[in-house]
Design a protein. Structure first.
Length: 245
């Protein structure tokens, strides 16, 4: 299974992104989002994201857990939460936290933001510094993985379809996600997408793969608005698919 940060690095080559996020915010918006995750055609997990925008503030919490055949073999769970501000169509996280339990290993990470610059407060268990590490002080304008997921998966106006472009920082690594090339068909709109590893990845990871194409499909929500119904992608574990419940 993959964590929120891993999911955005590999399975949604997603970010669900930056302080200059190009998705206009909608006041008093509430989203309850659930997807089933399959890998190589096998049931692998469930992703749940609940988010809310009230005035100039937003918050979200999310859970990714193993299910189906994968869950029967190994119990894995990740929980994350974020809170921040929305101003002039920009998402600016204030604090992000993530806890993981892979049955074999437990971990925790916490980032706070000062002037839009992430501060890594907790990264446990600690990891020894290595060449290519990214200095968080240089990552102003990036956002966390859960804000990325909420921004990508929440309901949006039709005019914003396939216009998403942003940069993420998960405490160690910097990456980019882009949606483009809208196509209309079968009652919905689909986008070409690409997730790209930028900095902070090991040489082996960069040699393994740096670009992950994916395709995101919107269906109708309330009049004039769209919601993501499916994401198909290349992952490090083979072909993956997120399908809305």
């Amino acid at each position: 299974m993959v964590s929120f940060s891993r999911l955005t690095r590999a399975a949604i080559p997603a970010a669900l992104l930056g302080m200059a996020l190009a998705l206009p915010a909608r006041a008093d918006q509430s989203d309850s989002i659930e997807f089933d995750l399959s890998l190589r055609g096998l049931s692998a997990g469930r992703l749940s994201v609940n988010g809310r925008i009230e005035g100039n503030r937003y918050s979200a919490n999310g859970t990714l857990k193993s299910t189906g055949i994968v869950g029967a073999i190994r119990k894995v769970r990740y929980d994350a939460a974020v809170a921040g501000a929305v101003s002039k169509n920009r998402f600016t996280p204030f604090k992000y936290s993530e806890k993981a339990d892979t049955s074999k290993r437990q971990s925790e990470s916490v980032m706070a933001y000062k002037g839009g610059v992430p501060q890594v407060m907790v990264y446990s268990p600690p990891r020894d510094p290595r060449p290519g590490d990214v200095n968080p002080a240089t990552q102003g304008g990036t956002i966390d993985p859960l804000t990325a997921l909420y921004a990508v998966l929440r309901d949006i106006p039709e005019s914003e379809a396939c216009t998403f472009r942003a940069v993420m920082f998960d405490g160690k690594r910097r990456s980019q996600i882009v949606l483009s090339s809208p196509e209309t068909g079968n009652g919905g709109i689909s986008c070409a997408g690409e997730y790209r590893r930028l900095e902070g990845f090991s040489p082996d990871e960069m040699a393994e793969k740096t670009r992950f194409p994916f395709r995101l499909t919107y269906g109708p929500a309330e009049p004039g608005r769209l919601r993501v119904v499916e994401v198909s992608m290349d992952t490090l574990y083979g072909k993956g698919r997120l399908k809305r419940r």
